[in-house]
Write a protein that binds this ligand. Structure first.
Ligand SMILES: Nc1ncnc2c1ncn2[C@@H]1O[C@H](COP(=O)(O)OP(=O)(O)OP(=O)(O)O)[C@@H](O)[C@H]1O
Length: 488
């Protein structure tokens, strides 16, 4: 297939052509010189075999929905990289066509195509690929030695503190902003904590571009690609190709933000309600921002920080797509919250006593309803989160159902919803993690790889609700604003 590469002077390297304005936009954000080509290397299969010790278990890093990842030591020890290995199961992997008769790339091919046009310090960049492998696709990407954000947030030992959590959130937001502002935009479609990897300097990088789409929403490829994503993070309004926009990523980012705030899985059947959105929105509506915070680390000193993050997350997951903030606004909001985190406690205590949080206004005003809350925000503490039992709040209509059955696995699965001839949708979840346990059988869905819990809905039911306009999580933003005013 055409990877949009053109030959370069070196045998082992290829330069990148195309890229269009995309690299320009990225450059403007990153203040790097525009149009400087970067090189993607071609590795021989034998090189990758020897660098991974023949893909030995010692080099195994993890398994995703589309294959396994191995650590590789290349160039005589000078380059440590990660090799993503995807086996072809389809006899003609490069050329199965979707309804629009476009080549339907495998995730690995798609990742090469997207990443070969991007270079960004906030993403897991492509180093090269293997051109001479027969029945598998091998990608070589930057090695991230500190695991994933999922591992950090959900491991039993030493969960990250607020400074680190906010920094990760901001770094991911910047990565997504860079994707969305490139020309044509890139929509990641699979933003989740397991796709955020931590580099050697403990910076968060967005990885796994297997489902990403590059193009404007009206472009044929975008218009014809069936919905895909990961249950729990997937925008419930994204049910047909035409529903896709950058705001689907904003939704997923909102879920990620709730996960960062609370330390809860996007979906966790050990909690009631299982969905982090269903759990968090009632608390946000009642201004119980302390209740959102991960009990293992408690709340930040300044309650304005939690309030800002909670409101931001709620706005990201709003059902009217156009009312969700764009990623540039998200970045600004997170930057402001991060600054507040570092206000010396004495000032934040004074401020708390004053109870007026005038500086919070710019954080929130960008996302206010049109009739907005122009009054200074007031913050009230809702008591210790540790004493606060999370009750079985009744969830919004957004709750994902499976005709009464909740299905789960230990990890989160990616879902791809493909259109069939009749215009209905069926879904397939594919892949399985290293430690994942429970195989799931859902009507019209098949699950493989997963990271936490998959809860899905019968597509007919979704479609029915969609028509009725009743399936989306509509945060009672007006109530939130009333709360702000009434606590003055
Ligand atoms: N560049 C990398 N450096 C180090 N480890 C990596 C790298 N990429 C992936 N991994 C490890 O391999 C695991 C599998 O990654 P992969 O991207 O294939 O799947 P995933 O993101 O976990 O799931 P999915 O494919 O459903 O998105 C990751 O969880 C991570 O632990």
């Amino acid at each position: 297939m055409d990877f949009f590469f053109s030959p370069c002077t070196s045998d082992s390297a290829i330069s990148i052509c195309g890229g269009g304005g995309g690299s320009d936009s990225l450059s403007s954000h990153l203040k790097i010189k525009p149009k400087k080509p970067f090189q993607i290397r071609q590795f021989s299969y034998s090189d990758l075999l020897s660098s991974t010790n023949s893909f030995s278990p010692d080099c195994f890093l993890g398994k995703g929905s589309h294959g396994a990842v191995y650590k590789a030591v290349l160039d005589g020890g000078k380059l440590v990289a990660a090799v993503k290995r995807t086996k072809f199961t389809n006899p003609s992997p490069s050329f199965h066509y979707n309804s629009c008769q476009l080549p339907n790339h495998t995730p690995a091919e798609n990742e090469i195509e997207i990443l070969s046009r991007l270079r960004n310090p906030r993403i897991v960049n492509l180093i090269g690929f293997c051109a001479d492998s027969k029945d598998e696709k091998l990608l070589v990407v930057e090695f991230m030695p500190n695991g994933s954000l999922y591992d950090l947030l959900h491991s039993q030992s030493r969960p990250p503190g607020w400074t680190r959590r906010l920094r990760f959130a901001l770094q991911v937001a910047k990565a997504v902003r860079a994707l969305h502002t490139s020309n044509p935009p890139v929509i990641h479609r699979d933003i989740k904590s397991s796709n955020v990897l931590i580099d050697g300097n403990f910076n968060a990088r967005l990885g796994d571009f297997g489902l990403a789409l590059r193009g404007h929403v009206e472009d044929v490829r975008v218009r014809c690609t069936p919905p895909a994503g990961t249950l729990g993070y997937l925008d419930p309004g994204y049910l047909a190709p035409a529903d896709l926009s950058v705001k689907s990523d904003v939704f997923s980012f909102g879920i990620l933000l709730l996960e960062i705030l609370s330390g809860r899985n996007a979906i966790d059947v050990h909690h009631s309600p299982p969905s982090v959105v269903d759990w968090a929105l009632p608390m946000i509506n009642h201004s119980n921002f302390d209740g959102l915070c991960d009990p293992r680390i408690g709340s930040p000193t300044d309650p304005a920080v939690t309030r800002c993050l909670g409101v931001l997350a709620a706005k990201c997951v709003r059902s009217p797509v156009q009312k969700r903030p764009d990623m540039a606004e998200v970045v600004e909001c997170l930057k402001a919250a991060k600054k507040k985190l570092h206000v010396p406690p004495i000032w934040s205590n004074l401020r708390r006593r004053e109870r007026h949080v005038e500086n919070l206004q710019p954080l929130i005003s960008n996302f206010d309803e049109p009739d907005g809350c122009d009054e200074p925000m007031r913050v009230c503490r809702m008591g210790s989160r540790r004493n606060r039992k999370v009750s079985n709040v009744s969830s919004t209509e957004y709750r994902i159902k499976t005709n009464g059955r909740v299905v789960r696995s230990r990890s989160m699965g990616s879902v791809e919803i493909n259109s069939n001839v009749g215009g209905n949708y069926y879904s397939s979840l594919s892949g399985r993690r290293k430690h994942s346990g429970v195989a799931m059988k859902i009507p019209t869905m098949k699950l493989s790889k997963s990271r936490s819990v998959g809860v899905s809905e019968n597509p007919k039911f979704v479609e029915c609700n969609r028509r009725a306009g009743a399936f989306l999580p509509e945060i009672e933003m007006s109530k939130l604003m009333i709360d702000c005013e009434s606590k003055s």
